[in-house]
Design a protein around this ligand. Structure first.
Ligand SMILES: Nc1ncnc2c1ncn2[C@@H]1O[C@H](COP(=O)(O)OP(=O)(O)OP(=O)(O)O)[C@@H](O)[C@H]1O
Ligand SMILES: [Mg+2]
Length: 247
């Protein structure tokens, strides 16, 4: 009996240490990305000012290089945003509000209206459930899924996307996001939920490979799971199952 108690105490201590180092790493990534943001923005502004100066001297050979610099700095700035979004998603504190997923999905579609209008996407939201959790994190989860659904399309295709309620075990709620995009080869289905994993060239599709890692983490935070079924050239369905009441 005494031995079981000692083993249990040892296990609790190991869990505490693992949680502490995860939190240290999270805080480190957050602080680093936060501190990098300001000099990157300053460098972007300087490059923009230089571009304007040079605009008055069209014969200069530096113009192309400056455009490359601005593009690179823009990419850096968006990578820093993605890392910050990831570190926020893995924060240990989780709000426990009543969240109407249907309303959040509609708000996310409205927030992304520029992207949606540009792509001509047809999006439907079909009576999603309520869940107890973090409204901010669940919004990020749905936003990443819809961004991907709009982005990973064949050139010239009209994205057709739907949010649907799906059946889930007792005590859980489920939703899916279905698109008619480029799809994913079966061999890569697991890999896409890991950090910095992308299957396409950034020349064809922009991104850093962080969005689905964020979604995966948010689903875990809500004691849930995320998965995908896909047919290359036909489309993908991402399914999210969340605990109705996160303890
Ligand atoms: N709806 C989809 N259809 C086809 N492929 C997808 C879809 N969603 C994700 N993928 C594939 O999974 C990869 C990982 O997705 P993820 O959202 O993590 O990264 P990203 O969109 O490339 O970049 P980020 O989200 O950081 O801007 C993508 O690069 C793409 O190859
Ligand atoms: Mg993405």
């Amino acid at each position: 009996m005494r031995q079981i108690q000692m083993l249990n105490e040892d296990l609790q201590e190991q869990i505490r240490l693992a949680e502490a180092s995860t939190e240290d790493l999270r805080a480190f990534a957050y602080a680093t990305s936060h501190d990098l943001k300001s000099p990157t923005n300053t460098a972007l502004m300087i490059a923009a000012a230089l571009s304007e100066e040079i605009g008055e001297h069209p014969e200069t050979a530096c113009k192309g290089l400056l455009n490359d610099l601005r593009e690179t700095l823009g990419g850096m700035s968006s990578l820093i945003d993605s890392v910050q979004s990831y570190t926020n998603a893995i924060a240990p504190t989780l709000a426990r509000d009543d969240v109407d997923l249907d309303e959040v999905a509609r708000e996310v579609v409205a927030d992304l209206s520029d992207m949606v209008l540009r792509s001509g996407a047809l999006i439907t939201v079909n009576a999603l459930d309520h869940v107890t959790g973090s409204p901010g994190q669940l919004r990020i989860l749905l936003a990443n899924l819809i961004e991907n659904a709009v982005k990973f399309q064949l050139p010239g295709a009209v994205p057709v996307i739907s949010f649907d309620r799906v059946s889930a075990p007792e005590g859980f709620v489920g939703l899916s996001v279905t698109d008619n995009g480029i799809g994913i080869e079966a061999a890569h289905l697991d890999r896409i939920f890991q950090l910095f994993q992308r299957l396409n060239s950034t020349l064809d599709y922009s991104g850093h490979g962080l969005g689905l890692a964020v979604c995966h983490r948010i689903a875990l935070n809500h004691r849930g799971r995320i998965g995908v079924a896909s047919t290359p050239g036909v489309g993908s369905t991402f399914t999210v199952i969340l605990r109705k009441e996160t303890p």
